[in-house]
Design a protein around this ligand. Structure first.
Ligand code: SF4
Length: 146
């Protein structure tokens, strides 16, 4: 099998910049499955239905979080995620998404703006691939109304 470009791992550690929580380019919205909504609703002490009504909008059959101020996620306050322990899978798996894991996309969409790249620990390939796979499953759930 062909060696992946990140077979030696990637150095990355979230610096809490909140950059990835602000709409940029094609990564405009935070999409949420029912599992994501349930987890955030629980954290905020709301029934899932109420949480969805207050914080989500459905477009083309898929739920996403509403925007807050300045194109940022509604849960970003003072550059901090206020639902961090229950944040959606889209956020948990960042920056290791199927669409970011090509050398070109990584350089353009991640390394160019995320201050976590090149900091902290080295993520081994297996861990990166597990994240990519989790993101794929989440995307499947999302597009199948789960
Ligand atoms: S849910 Fe949290 S981690 Fe995800 S985009 Fe919003 S503020 Fe950022």
């Amino acid at each position: 099998m062909k060696k992946k470009w990140y077979s030696d791992g990637i150095q990355f550690e979230c610096q809490g910049s909140g950059q990835c929580c602000v709409s940029h380019g094609e990564y405009g919205f935070v999409y949420v499955t029912q599992k994501d909504r349930r987890a955030m609703a629980k954290l905020r002490g709301l029934p899932t239905r109420e949480f969805t009504k207050q914080f989500c909008v459905k477009e083309e059959g898929v739920f996403r979080l509403i925007d807050g101020a300045d194109n940022a996620c509604v849960f970003l306050k003072n550059k901090r995620c206020t639902v961090y322990s229950a944040r959606p899978a889209q956020c948990k798996t960042w920056p290791f998404w199927p669409e970011t894991m090509t050398p070109k996309a990584w350089a353009r969409d991640v390394a160019a703006f995320c201050p976590g790249v090149g900091k902290g620990r080295i993520w081994p390939q297996a861990e990166i691939d597990a994240n990519v796979e989790e993101h794929r499953k989440w995307e499947h759930d999302l597009t199948h109304g789960k």
